[in-house]
Design a binder for this molecule. Structure first.
Ligand code: ZN
Length: 305
């Protein structure tokens, strides 16, 4: 029997999660770097993070991103995946990707950056009250903005993750791929949510309604993520179907598992995947699977010091 495809485990380290129900959400650059090293040792190959301030508030700008990128690369070879982080502030397309472009210009490009492939209402739904906590939040990603991101990230040598929370976003991602605006194989994120009604619901049918529409005329690897609930049951489905897994305490506190550290979640995914015959991919193996160039030594902070 041929060896089964290696499993890419992407850590969703912190998002904008606070620490009320899980104290292990990494905020500072040092915490993000240490967390990444633990996750690498446990079997993860990509670390996705948001820059955070001292009290956990969102942090923006070049230096806010340079510090955790350096902290990760000083400790391990994980693929580094910061956010564009413009959900909270109205910015132009150029401004939203500026920190990535500038880091690349200075030889410190991250490896991956997100492209959220559509626009949506962004109000949180409060299940307890049965209504939204806000009524007028929107998140706009026009096709012109996304085309700018595709071009800017391509020029910077940064792999886009095509973020899809629903079927129309996956159809836009497919259109970008067919138009030749995104290199193949694509890295496609299928995001489910218990907290956001803009996403597919976190059920087998919610996931399969996306998987069923993955394009078969372009090359892609896909991963599943879930905000606001435990991903592990659906992660097993993704492993069985040849997908990958994006998990972390940024997406859910995992209080039902004792509020673990990110590395503990990675260990659980690795054990489950091995039981299904799939070994975790190393960062170098993940690069090869995603069609990314082999590690560039200029990324080593030792060379920059
Ligand atoms: Zn994020």
């Amino acid at each position: 029997m041929p060896e089964r495809k290696k499993l890419i485990i992407e850590v969703r380290a912190n998002e904008y999660a606070m620490r009320a129900r899980n104290p292990h959400v990494p905020w500072s650059a040092e915490e993000i770097g240490q967390d990444a090293a633990e996750c690498r040792a446990a079997g993860a190959s990509i670390v996705h993070f948001h820059a955070r301030g001292p009290a956990g508030e969102p942090a923006f700008g070049l230096e806010s991103y340079r510090a955790p990128i350096r902290a990760i690369r000083a400790r391990c070879d994980m693929l580094v995946y910061p956010t564009l982080g413009a959900f909270e502030r109205p910015l132009s397309a150029q401004e939203r990707v500026a920190h990535i472009v500038e880091l690349a210009r200075q030889g410190e490009a991250p490896d991956i950056a997100p492209m959220d492939m559509g626009s949506t209402n962004a109000d949180r739904f409060d299940a307890a009250s049965g209504w939204f906590t806000t009524e007028d939040r929107t998140y706009i990603n026009s096709h012109a903005t996304l085309r700018h991101f595709a071009h800017a990230l391509g020029e910077a040598g940064v792999k886009p993750q095509l973020v899809c929370w629903n079927l129309p976003m996956l159809r836009s991602a497919t259109a970008f791929l067919r138009a030749g605006l995104i290199a193949q194989p694509a890295w496609i994120y299928l995001g489910l949510s218990a907290a956001s009604l803009a996403h597919h619901p976190p059920t087998l049918r919610g996931l399969m309604a996306l998987v069923d529409f993955l394009p078969d005329d372009v090359r892609c690897e896909w991963t599943v993520a879930l905000t606001g609930a435990n991903l592990l049951p659906l992660a097993a489905t993704a492993v069985a179907l040849g997908g990958h897994v994006s998990i972390g305490v940024g997406d859910h506190d995992y209080a039902e598992l004792g509020s673990p550290r990110n590395a503990e979640l990675v260990r659980r995914v690795v054990e489950m995947a091995r039981n299904c015959g799939r070994e975790p991919a190393t960062p170098d193996e993940a690069r090869a699977m995603l069609g990314m160039p082999a590690r560039n030594t200029v990324h080593s902070t030792k060379d920059l010091a």
